[in-house]
Design a protein around this ligand. Structure first.
Ligand SMILES: [Fe+2]
Ligand SMILES: [Fe+2]
Length: 209
């Protein structure tokens, strides 16, 4: 397959305007209905390379939580690190610790819906109950503060009977709500980097699954 076949040269002139574009080969279609097997072979190869970089993108995004406290006693990165460190010290599984580390990663982009964002990132890599736990931790964590803000601290009761109810309540009680201590020694993000790189390299579900 030569460069012209995959559109390499034709797209190069746009690189200045689309700063996030990669310089790799491109498919040729203008609409997906024009797509060919050759196009999709190009995209499939690029997808493998792009997916391999996911752990680094996640780690870079977590690092952006440093310094953002929003009035809390510790910044958002420290909170995530303490949540993960508490879970790790308690002997939780690697998947659980990964969920603890990433549970608030959506704070910057979806502050009022951040559980759903983190759960979407984690879904291919963790079991269904852990995915549910991350998605719903926001309501369960409300047990500790909704009543101070005019809400119902028992809002989580609407999920009573769900198979992951106790798992999620326990996550908030033992780790999430305890991870705001400015005096607690906290491991750096690098401590968890090997775990992030290992688990985000092996999806448990196929695309769309
Ligand atoms: Fe949260
Ligand atoms: Fe949290």
């Amino acid at each position: 397959m030569d460069q012209d076949t995959v559109g390499f040269e034709r797209t190069a002139r746009h690189d200045g305007a689309v700063s996030t574009a990669t310089r790799g080969p491109r498919a040729r279609f203008r609409a997906m209905e024009e797509g060919t097997a050759e196009d999709w072979a190009v995209i499939a190869r690029e997808h493998v390379a792009f997916s391999a970089e996911l752990p680094e993108r996640v780690l870079a995004h977590l690092a952006q939580l440093a310094g953002s406290a929003g009035g809390f006693p510790v910044d958002r990165l420290t909170h995530c690190l303490q949540t993960a460190a508490l879970a790790e010290a308690d002997g939780r599984s690697d998947e659980y610790v990964l969920c603890a580390l990433l549970h608030d990663m959506g704070d910057l982009l979806a502050p009022d819906n951040h559980g759903a964002l983190a759960a979407a990132v984690l879904r291919p890599y963790v079991d269904e109950e852990l995915h549910w736990m991350v998605a719903h931790h926001t309501v369960f964590q409300g047990y500790y503060y909704f009543h101070f803000l005019g809400g119902d601290r028992e809002a989580r009761k609407r999920y009573e009977g769900h198979p992951a109810f106790e798992l999620t309540a326990e996550f908030c009680e033992r780790y999430d709500q305890r991870a705001f201590d400015p005096d607690r020694p906290t491991p750096p993000l690098e401590h968890f980097a090997p775990l992030v790189r290992e688990l985000l390299a092996r999806p448990r579900r196929p695309m769309g699954g």
